[in-house]
Design a protein around this ligand. Structure first.
Ligand SMILES: [Ca+2]
Length: 173
């Protein structure tokens, strides 16, 4: 279990890179106690590399590995740009997706967007990298916003969805 935690910590990236979004303020978030990993039970050892852990779900287990961020007050009421990247692998049907969402404390949904694996996958059983971004406008991120989630899921379809190297960066307008 220790290995899992160490590995996951190493893939969290909240950088202050200015190259990708000129003229916009990027942020460094103190992630201690604010961000946690979710659906750790879906992590398995990568058969190709026992030092690597990957998320594996099917349409029965549904919800795969991701992150849960307690949104700091400094980000509430702001436009946020979230950049996410990683690798997908599907075995029989490209029905998996990445979900980015914002919720209030009672889990009422304020924002929900998905990035389907079929945007990039054109061959089953092969790892395919993805990178994209989503804007969360201030009206979807009000003072009552509490959690930001980024996780993968496979709600329908045959086979398994694998996800590796899931990363996110958050920029404040
Ligand atoms: Ca991994």
């Amino acid at each position: 279990m220790k290995k899992v935690i160490v590995f996951i910590s190493s893939v969290i990236v909240l950088s202050s890179c200015h190259k990708e979004i000129p003229k916009k303020q990027s942020i460094d978030i103190d992630i201690s106690g604010e961000m946690q990993q979710v659906n750790l039970q879906t992590l398995i050892q990568d058969p190709a590399n026992q030092n690597n852990f990957i998320s594996a779900v099917d349409s029965i287990s549904k919800y795969g590995f991701g992150y849960k961020l307690v949104i700091p007050d400094s980000l509430k009421g702001k436009n946020l740009k979230v950049i996410y990247s990683g690798s997908f692998k599907e075995t029989e049907s490209a029905t998996g997706e990445l979900v980015l969402s914002v919720h209030e404390q009672n889990m009422n949904t304020l924002f929900w967007s998905t990035y389907p694996s079929n945007k990039v996958i054109n061959e089953f059983g092969k790892w395919t990298d993805f990178k994209d971004s989503a804007m969360i406008f201030a009206n979807k991120n009000p003072q009552s916003a509490m959690y930001l989630f980024l996780f993968n899921q496979k709600m329908t379809g045959k086979g398994l969805l694998y996800v590796d190297n899931l990363k996110l960066k958050i920029y404040k307008d």
